[in-house]
Ligand binder design. Structure first.
Ligand code: ATP
Ligand code: MG
Length: 482
């Protein structure tokens, strides 16, 4: 069952108005951007797991995990009111393309919100589960195209009578409806400049108003060939402010033209995923469009052109939530849901930095798309100079062999004691990775000769230390969330 929020909607925009200890979540926060733009935080999902990222509001700063936990609390609060029950456990969904660090940050947000996180699952998997569980049967492949508000995800899954398994994933965590809104905002500015010779003055309130209007226009263009965007632009004359009414007409054709490259980016990522799965369109039985932004006609036109068939717009707003609920029911063995296996995979390859021919490279130990849980050990690592007393193990998540290609660096670093001192190249060091079904990773390095061992749980390698976590837990306990 899908519960309506206090605004009577089944989805809640992840906007938070912040005025500690008061936090307002959802549509009301979104509307507050017009009057207090600097107190409203949006698109925090894009910053989950970004090291040291802080959201600045007034003279305070917040971690993305904290903002996320406020949103989670709000959702839990609404559900508790509707059900009259205390909620302690949750399945939380994330983009398939999320890294381990981002998944872990989400897990932390759940824990901070006082929830036992049963599982972190990928959104396209959840969508495919809600679609597929009642359409199980002959084995076939499903492609899920999920274009949301801030992220783009594409996944190919195999379904049969008993199981759903991920075959390939791709996407871009920085591509979503917001980028289409940005294009409309730029268009308005350009039109004003060109047609009226008018330069918009920097004004956060006006910018917020334009963002809301751009988003509304974009939605209307899904159903209409052309829409007007009207607002009052400020003009300062001496110390007098005057407001001039402005009207900019935007046609769907123009909108599609200014967003052409955004759609092309999703197309490229789509083709890439097919390539990774070693498939052509003829291998895909159903294409599911989910996420609010896949309502835009240009999305389905592109998919029709590529696949030669019209894709299905399947319950684009709710199917991810329904899939998460189904996954929770399967995990707690709720007998109203018939058993169905859902296979999760590692989203990105895992490797360690090592030196080969005097060059540092990333040696991948577990490849992306390995079914979870999994573990893998590789030996043959060693020291680089005589008498070296420790080696540093640096863990990387991603596909490139070049450490320079990882802008945020390793996802975990730890030392292994390599005493007693031995000649360079003598110790035989193995590295083992173990990943659980949430994709959480333990790395163990071992000196095969001395038996010494050292390990790190990547989930603990995050940058929020204990005092910060305690402080945030305290702030959350004081928070008045509405
Ligand atoms: N009719 C419509 N036409 C075009 N875009 C729409 C329409 N309805 C909703 N959207 C867009 O869909 C986006 C929200 O989609 P959705 O609710 O799937 O996002 P989300 O799941 O919150 O975000 P994400 O998946 O990126 O984390 C917004 O950018 C919104 O403007
Ligand atoms: Mg989504």
């Amino acid at each position: 069952m899908v519960i309506k929020n206090s605004d009577g909607q089944t989805t809640t925009p992840s906007a938070v108005f912040i005025d500690p200890p008061n936090y307002v979540v959802g549509e009301v926060a979104l509307q507050s951007t017009m009057t207090e733009p600097l107190r409203v935080v949006q698109f925090v999902k894009r910053f989950m797991g970004v090291p040291e990222h802080r959201v600045q509001v007034g003279d305070q700063s917040f971690s993305p995990e904290f903002i996320s936990s406020i949103i989670l609390r709000k959702i839990v609060q609404e559900a508790e009111e509707a059900l009259g029950e205390h909620i302690t456990q949750a399945v939380i969904t994330v983009p398939a393309y999320f890294t381990e660090t981002q998944r872990h940050a989400t897990y932390e947000a759940g824990a901070l919100a006082g929830l036992t996180v049963l599982r972190i699952i990928s959104e396209p998997t959840a969508a495919a589960l809600s679609y597929g569980i009642s359409r199980r049967g002959r084995p076939r492949n499903i492609l899920v195209y999920d274009l949301g508000g801030g992220t783009f995800d594409v996944t190919i899954l195999a379904i049969d009578n008993d199981n759903l398994n991920v075959l390939a994933i791709g996407g871009d965590p920085h591509l979503g409806g917001k980028d289409f809104d940005d294009r409309i905002m730029n268009y308005i500015e350009d039109e004003l400049r060109e047609k009226f010779g008018y330069e918009l003055e920097p004004d956060p309130s006006l910018e917020a108003e334009l963002r809301l209007k751009a988003e509304a226009a974009k939605r209307q263009l899904t159903g209409r060939p052309s829409v007007p965007i009207t607002f009052k632009a400020k003009r300062s004359l001496g110390n007098m402010d005057t407001y001039i009414p402005v009207r900019v007409e935007l046609s769907r054709e123009k909108f599609e033209e200014i967003c052409n490259d955004l759609i092309a980016r999703t197309e490229l990522l789509l083709e890439n995923v097919l390539l990774k799965a070693n498939m052509g369109w003829e291998d895909i039985s159903e294409t599911l469009c989910v996420g609010g932004s896949s309502r835009m006609p240009m999305v389905r036109e592109m998919l029709t052109r590529l696949s030669g068939r019209r894709p299905m717009l399947h319950d684009p707003d709710e199917c991810v939530a329904k899939g998460a609920a189904l996954q929770a029911a399967l995990l707690v063995k709720d007998e109203t849901v018939e058993e169905f296996g859902v296979g999760h995979v590692l989203a990105h390859s895992l490797g360690v930095a090592t030196v080969k021919s005097e060059k540092t490279i990333i040696d991948h130990i577990i490849p992306a798309l390995t079914p979870l849980p999994c573990s893998q050990t590789r030996g043959g690592y060693t020291t680089t100079f005589d008498g070296q007393e420790k080696v540093q193990v640096r863990i990387y998540e991603g596909e490139s062999g070049d450490p320079q290609a990882y802008p945020t660096g390793p996802i975990g670093v730890f030392n292994l004691d390599t005493r007693p001192p031995r000649p360079a190249g003598k110790p035989n060091i193995t590295v083992e990775f173990r990943c659980d079904e949430n994709g959480r990773i333990i790395a163990v390095a071992r000196d095969a000769d001395t038996g010494r061992e050292s390990r790190v749980m990547i989930s603990l390698a995050g940058d929020r230390d204990d005092t910060q976590v305690e402080e945030e837990a305290f702030m959350l306990s004081q928070a008045i969330i509405s």
